[in-house]
Design a protein around this ligand. Structure first.
Ligand code: ATP
Length: 528
């Protein structure tokens, strides 16, 4: 999928009430978006899918909903006050601000693309996007040769060299080296087209505000930059009141805020976004095993959505965050390339231990299980494996994977339809109900059918426009079923059911609608 199609996805999201720019009548607010009437349903359904898989399907995982505001010391303990920053650089001519590491990453991506184009030209082997699954599932001689050539290409070598310079600079927090790379590579600002750069500086991403009525004694508080800390500070509360035994998890979904230096690509990088996080508390020394377990569990969860295995890949972190001893991203093949959608981090006991030190409260667990010497493991600060996914990125991945333009119709009446092939359980509306005409008692009959269904399913009712037009509108929203009530319905109580993906229509007894919906909208399909 190209940038071109991405533009279509973005305008589709707006046109069909999925996502709007925030405060649009005032020309919007940078990197802040509102979810519209259909977007909120899709987002809720994605959240439900996550919650069911993580909480409902695991006896040893429970959920909480912590407040966005937290004691300021939380962010000292977590390391965010001192370390939650990105290296930024300004172009002196355009005054545009960039993330220094991303400028270099873009340069690396550019070199890799050029290398691919060069190898395609040299070998005549064209690696098209569509063929990726074939390449991975049955790598053959042709593709092997392509990759061998690619690995040897001078531009690939240059990209690799640049990548290791970047990794080293980030690892050593060497801001001067970042600047030097940008200079060496003659990277230019996309606006001014010049290389007139400032020094690279660190920029803290947390939003601060004040709590309390009197300005003089108001306390500085932060909008949480991640939901995880709400879980850590409640570790003892939940463990004790829930009588939780290690290993156990605490899950939470909610808003997080980051003053991102550059925010682009629609809802990919926002200043206010939603996270779905789970902290899994484990016995120290077992972190490798649980890290692998959650890596596998999470990729399976993604795969069940049916968007195609080739759309995902793991990316191991070279520069580990201040709290992690291992970390991997699950990346999704967005139209603008593979980008992080979820992070899985082995966080050691970093957070609980720091909270213990700063708060003076023991963040320990007594493990009564016996070790190999027959002695209880006793008291310890648990280690943690975290899974953290951005709901908005998942939403965007879902839209991109499901947006299709299809050629339909016969020779003389060819047409394109836009359809969102959403998994039925995620669709904003599960069923749309249409009386064929506005008279002869058809609307009344349609409403009787709708009243039967609306307790269980989100239903859409419409009596305007030709039926074909109404079907198309539902295709664009991703509604899996349309039910049409016509004059025959009044006589024999049958309706026409129309399926979104095949566009097939079938005459069925009205009494069978529920059965069909129940079968299709069974959570077993995603969770079984
Ligand atoms: P990135 O490298 O893209 O900035 P990150 O590594 O800082 O992301 P984490 O701190 O691991 O992200 O947060 C977990 C998840 O939260 C990410 O995988 C992503 O899906 C989501 N996320 C993080 N920042 C944003 C943002 N600004 N807008 C939308 N989602 C975000």
């Amino acid at each position: 999928m190209s940038e071109e199609v991405f533009k279509k996805v973005v305008s589709h999201a707006k046109e069909y009430g999925f996502v709007f720019p925030s405060s649009e009548i005032y020309d919007g607010l940078g990197a802040v978006y509102d979810y519209g009437q259909n977007g909120v349903e899709l987002k809720n359904n994605l959240r439900t899918y996550w919650w069911k898989a993580m909480v409902q399907m695991h006896e040893n995982i429970v959920g909480i909903d912590a407040a966005i505001f937290m004691h300021p010391k939380v962010w000292k303990a977590s390391g965010h006050i001192d370390g939650f920053s990105d290296p930024m650089i300004d172009n002196k001519d355009s005054k545009k601000r960039y993330r220094a590491d991303q400028l270099i990453e873009n340069q690396i991506a550019e070199l890799q693309m050029q290398a691919t184009a060069m190898v395609i030209q040299e070998t005549g082997i064209d690696i098209h996007h569509e063929q990726m699954s074939a390449i991975f599932d049955e790598p053959n001689e042709k593709y092997k040769r392509f990759f061998e050539e690619h690995a040897k290409n001078p531009l690939t070598l240059k990209a690799n060299n640049l990548q290791s310079r970047l990794d080293n600079a980030l690892l050593n927090n060497d801001l001067a080296e970042l600047k030097k790379i940008i200079e060496d590579e003659k990277i230019k600002c996309e606006v001014s087209k010049t290389s007139n750069w400032t020094e690279v500086r660190q920029f803290n991403l947390m939003f601060a505000t004040e709590m309390g009525a009197m300005a003089e004694d108001a306390d500085k508080v932060y909008l949480r930059p991640e939901t995880a800390q709400g879980i850590f500070v409640n570790f003892l509360n939940v463990q004790k009141t829930g009588r939780m035994k290690i290993p156990f998890g605490i899950a939470q979904t909610g808003k997080a805020f980051r003053n991102e230096i550059i925010a682009r690509q629609f809802i990919m990088r926002m200043r206010e976004f939603e996270q779905m996080e789970m902290q899994f508390f484990i016995r120290p020394g077992t972190q490798k095993q649980w890290y692998e377990y959650w890596k596998e569990a999470r990729i399976q969860w993604h795969n069940k959505l049916g968007f195609g295995k080739e759309k995902y890949r793991f990316h191991d972190h070279v520069k580990l965050a201040h709290y992690a001893d291992a970390a991997v991203d699950i990346e999704f093949d967005f139209p603008f390339g593979f980008k992080e959608m979820e992070g899985i981090h082995s966080r050691t006991d970093f957070d609980l231990r720091n909270h213990q030190e700063l708060s003076g409260k023991k963040m320990q667990y007594f493990d009564a299980e016996l070790d190999e010497n027959g002695k209880p493991y006793g008291n310890y600060v648990p280690y943690v494996i975290e899974t953290s996914i951005g709901l908005d990125r998942l939403f965007l991945a879902t839209l991109c994977a499901c947006y299709k333009e299809e050629e339909v119709g016969e020779e003389d009446k060819k047409d394109t339809r836009v359809v969102l092939t959403l998994p039925s359980l995620l669709a904003p509306y599960k069923v749309a109900i249409f009386p064929l005409t506005k008279k002869d008692g058809l609307p009344e009959k349609a409403r009787v059918i709708m009243d039967e269904l609306k307790l269980e399913y989100n239903c859409f009712y419409e009596e305007k426009d030709a039926i074909g037009k109404r079907y198309r509108r539902q295709d664009a929203l991703g509604t899996p079923f349309c039910i049409t009530v016509d004059h025959d319905t009044l006589n024999d109580d049958t309706v026409t059911i129309r399926y979104r993906d095949t566009m097939q229509q079938e005459r069925i007894p009205a009494a069978k609608i529920k059965e069909i919906l129940r079968e299709e909208l069974d959570w077993k399909k995603l969770l079984g």
